[in-house]
Design a protein. Structure first.
Lengths: 158, 84, 158, 84
């Protein structure tokens, strides 16, 4: 029911949607989030991004986040795919899909999954600039706040 | 012999100068906080471990300063995560 | 920047995602919702669903909802496609896509668009049951509540 | 002559028995509420218009009981919407 993957290859949204829902007649809604590489950061031009992770712990952390989503909402299927390695602007970094009988659960779970992933899964981004320099991306307080907003209350009805 | 496997990620890996190492577990080191102090005392390469934002995982689960460290553990130090 | 369509033909998510974001390097996140036909309603087996709409007003209502989303969040692109006619379980009914530089805006706009569409766009569903009978779907109070939750406050930061 | 185009959707269409009709605008009918009363008074086929959940749009924009109705308007009656 849950598919979690960490991979260097691009993901294909149509393939993942089909794997999640084709042939199912109990799904009423699928929420989705696709994170993509932008070409600027803090006003500087980005030529690429490198994603590093902690093999082993990453998969465990993602599985834990998916399991928590399943405890909070009546989900019929979840897909989380996160890419690592070198990515260029326009490429997809992360795909989250959440299927449920009802849209409120599908959409809330989608938001929860990406917010928790952002603060709990061991990935680190390095940005490559046009002048050849690089910099590690710093964690953002607003991501912590977004993740914390889910910490104690289920938002299935929001 | 009681050993720990220690991993470093992202800018911590760069500042420590290695991705991983094996450490003979010193007598009396039983918590994350004590291990971190022990490593920092080893020399300037480990100064980055003193950064307050550094996170620690024991056996691939997030840990706090008081979390127990024992023989055979895999201990990872890394900056706040920035995926997604 | 906005694509709104009412059509009998199925929509293709990959095609719509490509139209929305391919070649763009300013998009950081795309939120999506896909509504699909379930095979049960109130415990009864459904064999099909017929969607009727008010041609002309439908397109205007959808354009108005998209414009309101654009006033509330910094969106880089929006797609809303709603099908009409006869649909069978498993088929997609509605597709909402919202692209932004940041995920919070993309996800919030996605939720807003589907919630407002559900209560403001003139579509009516009729369910067809296994015994040959049919029934018009009744509006749900929880859909009104979901739409009303967006009425006065922007949730760009939520 | 001053005429209105009137449309009915979903179960209102079925109960009224037609999808649309043209109505000569009666003297003194200037609001949605008055038009609705006028139609209901025409006979049993229009009884469904008395249902409290019935919505009205004038020229494809949602309207209330006090919304003005005038010559050439397109008036639509329908149940609460159920798309999405």
């Amino acid at each position: 029911m849950a598919r979690v993957a960490v991979q260097t290859a691009p993901f294909d949204v149509a393939t993942e949607l089909a794997a999640l829902a084709t042939g199912r007649h109990d799904v009423g809604g699928i929420g989705s989030f696709i994170g993509t590489v932008r070409d600027t950061a803090g006003g500087r031009q980005i030529t690429a991004m490198t994603l590093e992770h902690y093999p082993g712990m990453t998969e465990r952390a993602l599985a834990d986040i998916v399991a928590e989503a399943g405890r909070r909402w009546p989900l019929l299927g979840v897909t989380v795919i996160h890419r690592v390695g070198r990515l260029v602007p326009g490429e997809g970094i992360v795909l989250v899909l959440a299927a449920s009988a009802h849209r409120a659960a599908a959409l809330a779970a989608t938001g929860f999954l990406i917010d928790w992933l952002k603060t709990r899964a061991p990935f680190w981004k390095r940005e490559h600039f046009a002048d050849g320099s690089t910099a590690w991306v710093e964690a953002r307080a607003e991501d912590d706040a977004a993740a914390a907003s889910w910490a104690t209350t289920s938002r299935a009805e929001s | 012999m009681a050993e720990l496997r220690i991993l470093y990620f992202a800018w911590l890996r760069e500042r420590v100068g290695r991705a991983e190492e094996t450490l003979a577990l010193p007598t009396g080191i039983t918590t994350v906080a004590a291990l971190r102090e022990h490593l920092i005392a080893r020399g300037p390469a480990y100064a980055a471990l003193a950064e307050p934002t550094v996170r620690v995982a024991i056996n691939q689960a997030m840990a706090g300063p008081a979390t127990a460290v024992g023989p055979g553990d895999e201990v990872a130090f890394f900056p706040p995560v920035t995926g997604g």
